[in-house]
Design a protein around this ligand. Structure first.
Ligand code: ACO
Length: 449
């Protein structure tokens, strides 16, 4: 039966003894003082600031929550991506990832993520035109790339060069000007593949291949990576589509580490290039976007199916992680991993089988039957198979996290704009519990023991 609407409780209101509490509240009794408080519950959350009213006396700062790594704290309201980790659901703006992977293109999905709705034909054509006509980068940027050693990691190059873009587009600091925000969004989505491809060509000593406006977003990226002496590069349509679907799967993933970095750094009102550089840096780590690179290294280290039990034993002893397994949110399965497995089959039909695939499949089979992984709800995540596809497409492992950063740029930008326009947001500034020494006086060096 529907419940009659209740008057909202005042935040952190102290409850008078004997009064029945509002049902949409949490009643908290502070056993230090014996006082009870009614805290409003909205959308399954309480406001941390409402706890501040709970004090032992006028000098008490008030209660805080302690949530290292933000495992149970919502930091924003967002309309962009919905994940139900227990049921393995991922929707962008309400559309299931499976439907987007089947019917959409990466650029259409990027539009959806940024603007909230699927584009009309005219909106889509304009959007694609704008992205396509921002792919060329300033020639000076090549000098930054040339300054790196031949074996520099492309993520390091990407972090630096994307940050450097802010020095080329000074109006990017006008973050509250919608037209300026729009221009930087076109530029960032358009230029990330160019920066990435130039970093790759630098690392293998090939001359840079410039963007080709006749090609699709992923077709052009393949062109800038792999074009040799041919007059016109023609991407294999199966590979072009596979990469496009991989980009769709990676376009956003709500408040993960790199998105939180984008929002956190962006909350200081810095320009979006600097904030994206911070997000790329967060993605670089082996526990986040660096994991697909680590999966490949792990599969190579295992080397054969016969050595899998030995590796699993080391995982269970806590010596190593099973890379590509486990997720902070998905505790049942990662819906992206399921789609990627299908793409892998299509790609291997073109490229030939990947010898590491047999090891990966066997590793997955053994792990999914093992109590250690079952009890901890550890399933393959998006990175478990994506690395095998990238390897078959001739990408060196160092490029794997770059292939994650390119499509995630759309998500970062959408989350950044949502944060900027949210009147409840301020500069991100967590609290701490101080555990260091109490106040003490400076001791001269000769008097120290
Ligand atoms: N291999 C072995 N054990 C694992 C793994 C793993 N891959 N992942 C988690 N565990 C264990 C933990 O040691 C812990 O065990 P315990 O309860 O005995 O201490 C338990 O499972 C729970 O794990 P948490 O660390 O609490 O899980 P959390 O949500 O903090 O970590 C993470 C999630 C970082 C993804 C983790 O599973 C991991 O390190 N996986 C490997 C790296 C990886 O694949 N990252 C990609 C993530 S997807 C993405 O970023 C796109």
């Amino acid at each position: 039966m529907a419940r009659a609407p209740q008057p909202a409780a005042r935040p952190g209101t102290e409850v008078a003894p004997g009064k029945s509490p509002n049902p949409d509240t949490l009643t908290v009794t502070d056993n230090r003082t014996g006082r009870s408080y009614e805290i409003p519950i909205q959308d399954g959350t309480i406001r941390a600031l409402d706890l501040r009213k709970i004090k032992t006396g006028p000098d008490d700062f008030g209660l805080m929550t302690y949530d290292p790594a933000f495992t149970n704290s919502a930091a924003c309201r967002s309309k962009i991506t919905m994940i139900d980790g227990d049921r393995g659901i991922l929707n962008y703006r309400g559309y299931p990832i499976e439907q987007l992977a089947e019917h959409s293109t990466y650029l259409e999905t990027a539009y959806l993520i940024l603007y909230g709705e699927l584009p009309s034909r005219q909106q889509y054509d304009e959007w694609v035109y704008n992205i396509t006509h921002h792919t060329i980068m300033h020639e000076n940027l090549k000098q930054f790339i040339e300054g790196f050693r031949y074996d520099a990691h492309p993520m390091g190059m990407l972090i630096s060069t994307v940050a450097a873009l802010s020095t080329f587009y000074k109006e990017a600091s006008q973050i509250f000007d919608p037209a300026s925000r729009r221009s930087q969004q076109f530029r960032l989505i358009a230029k990330m593949p160019t920066l990435a491809a130039f970093a790759y060509r630098h690392s293998v000593g090939l001359p840079y291949a410039y963007p080709d406006n006749d090609l699709s977003y992923t077709g052009n990226f393949l062109n800038m990576l792999f074009k040799m002496t041919e007059v016109k590069y023609r991407p294999n349509p199966v590979i072009e589509r596979a990469l496009d679907v991989l980009f769709i799967l990676h376009a956003d993933h709500e408040q993960n580490c790199s998105t939180s970095a984008m929002r956190g750094v962006g909350s200081s009102h810095v320009d979006p290039y600097s904030a994206v550089a911070a997000a790329v840096a967060a993605l670089y780590g082996p526990l986040h976007g660096g994991a697909n690179e680590m999966v490949l290294r792990m599969l190579r280290e295992i080397g054969s199916k016969g050595r899998i039990p030995e590796y699993i034993k080391r995982v269970k002893e806590g010596q190593v992680l099973l890379m590509g397994f486990g997720h902070r949110v998905y505790k049942n399965y990662d819906p992206r991993a399921r789609i990627i497995k299908q793409i892998a089959d299509q790609v291997f039909e073109v490229t030939g089988p990947n010898p590491l695939l047999d090891i990966a499949l066997e590793l997955e089979r053994i792990a999914l039957q093992d109590d250690y992984f079952v009890q901890r709800k550890l399933y393959p995540n998006v990175d478990f198979y994506s690395g095998l596809i990238y390897q078959s497409l001739r990408f060196p492992v160092e490029m794997f996290p770059v292939l994650f950063a390119i499509p995630r740029t759309a998500g970062w930008l959408a989350q950044w704009e949502e944060m900027l326009l949210d009147p409840e947001q301020k500069i991100a500034r967590p609290r701490q519990i101080y555990t260091g020494p109490a106040r003490r006086d400076y001791v001269a060096m000769e008097d120290r023991v």
